[in-house]
Design a protein around this ligand. Structure first.
Ligand SMILES: [Zn+2]
Length: 686
């Protein structure tokens, strides 16, 4: 199912199994010196010492000149690139909406989906009436067995309820698809929003309950009923949160892989009717499933048994409605905006309608839009340049592995075999998804969204029992992000990563390209060797290939990076979660080191070419800081730290550079400077 995720997080929201991690980043070809304004210079805040806070030094002036717009949770490189891509996608949507296109064609779908979103008169006239029959359907449930047949429907057209369910490659046999069931069904971003005891968390919980009351009121309940339903919903979700594993505890792929027969699943959860659920979701003849967190399902089963049918129904109604609230009338959207954007991200103004619509249409029809985007908007040669840098990074990685002082030859051989097998998907897919069976028309935005959710759900479920398709992409070429998928041992780098702000009309020099694109490619490859990825072999199977001693040494190094991040505070009382973010942090460190090594082989570095007064290494590190030029509102920062496995941008610059002697040399970092770390504290993994 397609989910619209918070931007800037660079997290690929995959369905179920653990590890697919995504990340992000940027633009292009060989050096052309002397821009009118070199962004690297233009962004520098010279009142800050680079040795103390390189992030602020490199980006501070841009932040001062570009305050966060009222409609955004943050401002920076992601917004700049998103604006560029959005304007292009808008053009594609508008053109499709004004042309006469054959019924069922890609352009008809794009144009009509966009039109239905922009048609606020129809949307406001309809209000929430398009959902009425489905809410009635939930009301008509007669017993708790039926709850799970209906829950499958809600999952397929809107939102997960009670748990996540889907099909993905089997972690232990990547050539086979498997059914996965994991903890899920919470409305706030993470379990800790329900369990944290600080006053800020309490304040958010109070606002959440008010929000739920208002949503029930919009659904047609009177005030008293809405208050009572909201309080019961909060009770249920809090119980579910308490049963859930902490996000960092879901990182261990072995501990979150519990394969069992369907009979065992039924014994574990006697009050959940799996026959009706599977039938509802479109699955037949399933013999086994992988359960992520069995104790969660067992606890959920008890909850289901204790709760009244009426309370289960109102939870499902809320989840169904909430999953579609951005496609309804303005009144409903205003309420959704108030909690999810204002409270959780500090945003005070709504984005213009076209931006919201374009991003949602692109979220669903990205494969159709991508086909036009690649032809019309990507610079020629994008794919070749990405492949060239990708190969350079892979070669560096191989050299690094061969020279590691902590790894034995036996493990090195296996690591090199895995590295060699990494599949590099660059720019755009060779084949596009076939969405011809998806119905889209101009009559109802929310029905279009439900149809699209249903299509994506069926696409996912129908993989079961079929041969694994390793050519698939989970991002579009116009997505400014990237990912590593351990089951395929592959990296996926969409074409728009080639864009570098400030270099729209000219090529950036290799220092910037290697820092940004090289850093991203290195980051993704390193995910194959982070705390999770290192547990999968070259064929993408969860299987140990390490000697015991080497794994122990690796774990010691990763403990150091966990410790490094646990000691970064984003506010007085909130520090970064080192365990949760370790995979990303290991990948950042590996990425920037490989990128620098690869850059050292370019003519620009070897000839010590000075551009705009900056030497190659200075440009490289400033380029890297520009990759993470992101200024965030405190609310958005808090939400990210509490619910995301990526550390905030600032620390993605400060932390890896604090571990790199080459950075110390380039900017003269000495003991006593804030970015200085003693030799024994510096982390070196790959
Ligand atoms: Zn990543």
């Amino acid at each position: 199912m397609k989910k619209v995720t918070f931007q800037f997080l660079c997290s690929s929201a995959l369905l179920l199994p653990l590890a697919m991690t995504s990340c992000r980043q940027s633009k292009f070809l060989v050096a052309t010196p002397k821009l009118d304004v070199d962004p690297l210079i233009a962004h520098i805040d010279s009142t800050i010492r680079p040795q103390d806070d390189f992030f602020q030094f490199a980006n501070g002036k841009w932040f001062k000149q570009n305050p966060i717009p009222a409609s955004e949770p943050s401002n920076g490189i992601f917004q700049i690139i998103e604006d560029t891509v959005n304007a292009q996608v808008l053009h594609i949507c508008k053109l499709a909406a004004t042309e006469t296109n054959p019924e069922g064609s890609n352009k008809q779908k794009i144009g009509d989906f966009y039109f239905s979103g922009m048609d606020s008169i129809t949307r406001n006239q309809k209000g929430t009436s398009d959902l009425k029959e489905y809410l009635n359907q939930i009301d008509n449930i007669k017993d708790k067995d039926e709850v799970f047949g209906e829950s499958a429907f809600v999952n397929s057209v809107s939102n997960s309820t009670f748990f996540n369910f889907g099909v993905a490659q089997d972690d232990k046999n990547s050539s086979k698809y498997q059914v996965y069931i994991t903890q899920g069904g919470l409305t706030m971003p993470d379990r800790n929003y329900y369990t944290d005891t600080d006053t800020k968390a309490e304040e958010i919980r109070n606002k959440f309950v008010c929000h739920v009351e208002k949503v029930f009121a919009i659904m047609g309940y009177d005030e008293k009923e809405a208050v009572s339903l909201a309080s019961k919903l909060m009770e249920l979700e809090t119980d579910m949160a308490r049963l859930s594993r902490k996000r960092e505890d879901t990182r261990d792929p072995f501990a979150n892989y519990n394969k069992m027969s369907v009979d065992s699943l039924k014994r574990l959860t006697p009050h959940i009717n799996w026959n009706l659920y599977m039938k509802g979701i479109g699955l037949q003849q399933v013999d086994s499933v992988v359960v992520g967190q069995p104790e969660y399902l067992a606890g959920l089963d008890k909850l289901v048994n204790q709760m009244s049918l009426a309370d289960l129904k109102s939870y499902m109604k809320f989840r169904f409605f909430e999953g579609l609230d951005t496609y309804l009338d303005d009144r409903t959207y205003d309420e959704s905006f108030d909690f999810y954007n204002k409270t959780l991200r500090g945003v005070t103004e709504q984005r213009p309608r076209w931006k919201r619509v374009v991003s949602l249409v692109n979220g669903y029809l990205g494969d159709l839009i991508g086909q036009v985007y690649v032809d019309e908007y990507l610079p020629k040669g994008t794919k070749d340049k990405l492949i060239e840098i990708g190969n350079a990074i892979r070669n560096e990685f191989a050299e690094r592995i061969k020279n590691l002082d902590w790894m034995s030859d036996v493990t090195k051989e296996k690591a090199l075999a895995k590295l060699n097998a990494v599949m590099m998907k660059m720019c755009s897919p060779d084949k596009w998804k076939d969405l011809s069976a998806l119905n889209i028309d101009r009559s109802s935005y929310v029905r279009n969204a439900m149809n699209a959710n249903k299509w994506f759900n069926a696409y996912n479920i129908h993989k079961y029992g079929k041969p694994v398709d390793r050519t698939e992409w989970d991002m579009e070429p116009q997505t400014y992000n990237a990912y590593y998928n351990p089951s395929n041992n592959e990296i996926v780098i969409p074409g728009c990563n080639i864009i570098v702000p400030g270099f729209e009309k000219k090529m950036a020099d290799d220092a910037i390209l290697y820092a940004i694109i090289g850093g991203t490619i290195g980051h993704e490859i390193t995910h194959g060797f982070d705390d999770q990825g290192c547990q999968y072999d070259a064929q993408g199977n969860l299987k140990n290939w390490w000697t015991k001693e080497d794994k122990t040494k690796f774990d010691e190094q990763t403990k150091k990076i966990v410790n490094q991040f646990d000691n970064y505070f984003v506010s007085d009382s909130l520090h970064i979660n080192g365990s949760l973010t370790q995979g990303e942090n290991i990948a950042d460190l590996g990425g920037i080191i490989m990128a620098y090594e690869a850059f050292k082989k370019t003519p620009q570095f070897k000839q010590n070419e000075i551009i705009d007064g900056l030497n190659p290494s200075q440009r490289f590190f400033l380029g890297y800081a520009m990759e993470w030029m992101v200024n965030m509102r405190p609310e958005a920062l808090m939400t990210q730290v509490k619910s995301n496995e990526h550390a905030p941008a600032k620390w993605r610059v400060l932390a890896p550079l604090s571990n790199m002697p080459e950075f110390y040399q380039t900017f003269g970092v000495k003991q006593g400077d804030k970015m200085w770390r003693s030799d024994k504290d510096r982390v070196k993994i790959w």
